[in-house]
Design a protein around this ligand. Structure first.
Ligand code: ADP
Length: 158
């Protein structure tokens, strides 16, 4: 049986925390779709093509990871690619409550899908895309927290 998972998120931008979840997930699943979400209500620093380009660039060495985008219900995308798993990362109690609500809802919407939560790597458990943007906007050195292309893209933005 081929194990297909979808790792969804904003990835604004992709960080080493996301990379760690994906690297570990790539050993658990035969195929992972990185599904970049876009919502009209959210304000992004990087637009969708930029987020997609940065993810593709960072993940080009993984033969079983594909970067795609989707707007609307995640389970619709999950059904479309015949995935059985939603992969997510867990950093804190705060993440837990949100991830639990999402997992329960997604299972109600599509009972064939299971959410698999991987604990954030200890190095990255306090890392978020928002914090990276905040620090980068004030000129802080975030080079050890993001892939190289993201570091360069952030330097250009600020
Ligand atoms: P969203 O807007 O859906 O929360 P994110 O891009 O912030 O999108 O996160 C996507 C997923 O990656 C979520 O499950 C989130 O908890 C997880 N994640 C984010 N940052 C990290 C990190 N530093 N370590 C592990 N998982 C993370």
């Amino acid at each position: 049986m081929t194990r297909v998972a979808v790792y969804s998120g904003s990835f604004d931008p992709i960080t080493n925390g996301h990379m760690d979840i994906l690297e570990r997930g790539s050993h658990l699943f035969d195929k992972i779709y990185v599904c970049i979400s876009s919502s009209r209500e959210k304000k992004y620093l990087f637009d969708l093509p930029e987020r997609q380009q940065l993810c593709s660039d960072a993940l080009k060495s993984f033969s079983n990871i594909e970067v795609v985008s989707h707007s609307g219900l995640l389970v619709e995308f999950v059904k479309k690619v015949k995935a059985k798993y939603i992969l997510r990362g867990l950093r804190s109690n705060q993440d837990f409550e949100y991830e639990k609500a999402m997992a329960v809802m997604n299972h109600k919407l599509y009972s064939d899908v299971e959410t698999v939560l991987l604990m954030a790597g200890s190095e990255w458990s306090s890392l978020s895309s928002s914090l990276i943007k905040e620090v980068a906007s004030h000129g802080g050195d975030i080079s050890s927290f993001v892939p190289k292309a993201v570091f360069q893209a952030l330097q250009k933005k600020f």
